[in-house]
Write a protein that binds this ligand. Structure first.
Ligand code: HGA
Length: 610
């Protein structure tokens, strides 16, 4: 989702704003803008906006200099992507950037129009700017006006505000959308995430919901919603600055696919040389929470939801307790039966996914108090809201289409299934040892799968010209088929659907003809023979088959039947391996099509709005 950068310093902050926006580009955006207070001939507000890339904004800002400013990349929710709707939005001499959605903006807009304000954009954000101005006009001071303004907002927001009348202050506030303050001896800063701040500081302070932070050149003051001053802890970020550099790769997605051996190795490093699995991997209280757990409810969106669906097979098979998986945006609005003893597991790469966070809060409001977050960002909202946590060590994921976050989530979920199995006495010492060995071997196994890239790139050539594709899988590989279809849709814009292969003859077989490539995930498991029959059904109708098989899949390649064999059969953890060729297939199909791989149209990275 869109990104915010705020800076106040002794020196020129325009390069800091622009570099911050570049670091936030991975979140996805359609337009960019900035506003600064220039002080050369008395304070004056200056705004630049452009539709398209940050590079275009930077070109416009060439000789701009200022010591106070706000900047924004926008992912439109209210009003088309256009210069008119790009942030910052201005009311008289003040400017506002905003991430989130103001749900009562129509009421506010009507009221403010009644007070004489003219709206020049279609955004919800502009209402914030005029509302703030109306409070200032009534005689409130800057901080008081921001407090009065945010108290009237319904919805999610992170905002940054500057005013020509306040050349020594920037104010930021958040509720629902992320915002982190960066503190340095040379000035103070804020941004949607830490990656944008590392250029100036590692000392960061995470704002809580309802917080307002007043930034001057040498001080940061935080107020709670009720106006009381509050201290928020300052921590030193461990994020590696070059973790977000592209290095030798053409795209972040490619880099992140190839980082998976490292990401899994780092995520599983906490196992150390242990011969047994310790539930403590999920937090100091995990033994108690998992003992109280009688069933699991996994809540997530998109790719994380697919990880949850794989985990359902693992948890029921390994731990012998029931597991259901829900899409967060559905669960949060559904009347559901909250059964005591349910462990709520929320999965989100960023830990800021608005629907998942709201679904977690909803589950808690129903009395489900056992909760676990599986997340890639330690200080995120979802982690803070959960009782237990497992932090994947994928490192920053920049490509909008998730890859390494998914496989590390799967590793975390496999550990969860094993930990519950252990606490419930369902895991034999032999099974525990085998599972640990397989987990430790995953980085090597994935590195070998990555060697299939040239052959997959070859497949992608013919594939990229197709309009549609069908993905098939069975059992715990059905979610992998879903993930393969999602990847293809996301970055190559080829319409793709996934089915459990047994469902084929109940409908989708009608779609199969020579123009419909069918991709099958075919591991050597108990369902292989059944899957082979499903593949025959496709061949008999002239469909072209692309099969990712395991060693031992004895059907030979023939006209219309392409087979790639995975280097190893991987048993229960096979989904972690089988997703990798599907990631590569969609990446190479997108390359052939020439799409914007890392920033696919209409999509954003951290979905911090509903
Ligand atoms: N609602 C605002 C901000 C959008 C946003 O946060 N995107 O991530 C708008 O549409 O401009």
């Amino acid at each position: 989702m869109c990104g915010i950068v705020v800076a106040i310093a002794q020196q020129n902050i325009v390069p800091v704003l622009l570099e911050g926006l570049r670091k936030l580009e991975y979140r996805g955006y359609d337009s960019a803008g900035l506003a600064v207070i220039r002080t050369q001939e008395g304070p004056s507000l200056e705004r630049l906006r452009s539709v398209g890339r940050v590079a275009e904004l930077a070109a416009q800002a060439d000789d701009l200099q200022a010591q106070l400013g706000i900047a924004h990349t926008r992912w439109a929710t209210h009003g088309i992507p256009s210069e008119r709707n790009a942030h910052p939005h201005i009311s008289d001499q003040l400017a506002v950037v905003h991430n989130g959605i103001i749900e009562n903006y129509e009421i506010l807009r009507e009221r403010l129009q009644g007070e004489g304000y003219t709206f020049v954009s279609d955004t919800d954000t502009e209402a914030i700017a005029h509302l703030l101005h109306s409070h200032l006009k009534r005689g409130q001071d800057f901080v008081g006006a921001v407090r009065a303004t945010v108290s009237e907002l319904v919805g999610a927001y992170a905002i940054g505000v500057i005013s020509e009348h306040e050349p020594d202050t920037a104010i930021v506030a958040r509720s629902g959308s992320p915002l982190v303050v960066g503190i340095s001896p040379n000035g103070n800063f804020a941004a949607s995430d830490t990656s944008a701040l590392l250029q100036v500081t590692r000392e960061v302070m995470y704002l809580e919901n309802g917080d307002i932070a007043v930034l001057t050149r040498n001080n940061v003051r935080v107020l709670r919603a009720d106006g009381q001053s509050v201290q928020r802890p300052v921590s030193t970020s461990q994020l590696s600055a070059d973790a977000v550099e592209l290095g030798q790769y053409r795209h972040y997605m490619q880099k992140e696919i190839f980082e998976q051996p490292r990401a899994l190795g780092d995520t599983l490093a906490m196992l150390g040389g242990a011969h047994s699995i310790s539930p403590q991997l999920f937090g100091a209280d995990a033994q108690r929470v998992l003992s109280e757990t009688q069933r699991v409810l996994i809540i997530a969106c998109g790719t994380s939801w697919h990880a949850g669906m794989v985990a359902r097979y693992w948890i029921e098979e390994i731990a012998g307790i029931s597991c259901s998986v829900e899409i967060a945006s559905e669960y949060r609005y559904r009347r559901s039966v909250a059964e005591p003893g349910t462990l709520v597991v929320v999965i989100s790469q960023s830990g800021e996914t608005a629907d998942t966070l709201a679904a977690l809060k909803h589950a808690k409001s129903l009395g489900l108090n056992l909760s676990l977050a599986i997340c890639n960002v330690p200080e995120s909202a979802i982690v803070r809201e959960s009782e237990l946590r497992f932090i994947t060590r994928a490192g920053p994921e920049i490509g909008v289409a998730s890859t390494k976050a998914f496989t590390t989530q799967l590793a975390a979920l496999a550990l969860l299934a094993l930990s519950i199995g252990k606490v419930k006495g369902k895991l034999s010492p032999e099974a525990e040892k085998d599972a640990l060995d397989s987990l430790r071997h995953l980085p090597v196994a994935i590195a070998k799968v990555l060697e299939l890239e040239p052959a997959i790139a070859q497949w992608a050539q013919g594939f990229a010209m197709k309009q549609h594709a069908l993905f098939l899988g069975r059992g715990m590989h059905y979610p992998i088929a879903l993930e393969g279809a999602l990847k293809l849709k996301e970055i190559s814009y080829i319409h793709a659907e996934a089915y459990p292969a047994g469902e084929l003859k109940h409908g989708p077989l009608a779609l199969v003809d020579k123009d419909m490539p069918v991709i099958a995930v075919a591991p050597n498991d108990a369902l292989l023979e059944k899957l082979k029959s499903n593949l025959q059904e496709v061949r008999a109708r002239g469909g072209e088959l692309f099969v990712f098989a395991d060693q031992g899949f004895e059907i030979p390649e023939s006209d219309g039947l392409h087979i790639l064999r995975m280097p190893e059969n991987y048993g229960l953890l096979s989904p972690v391996l089988h997703v990798v060729p599907l990631q590569l297939l969609s990446y190479h199909a997108a390359l052939v099509k020439g799409t914007d791989v890392d920033k696919p149209r209409n999509l954003a990275k951290s979905v911090t709005v509903e």
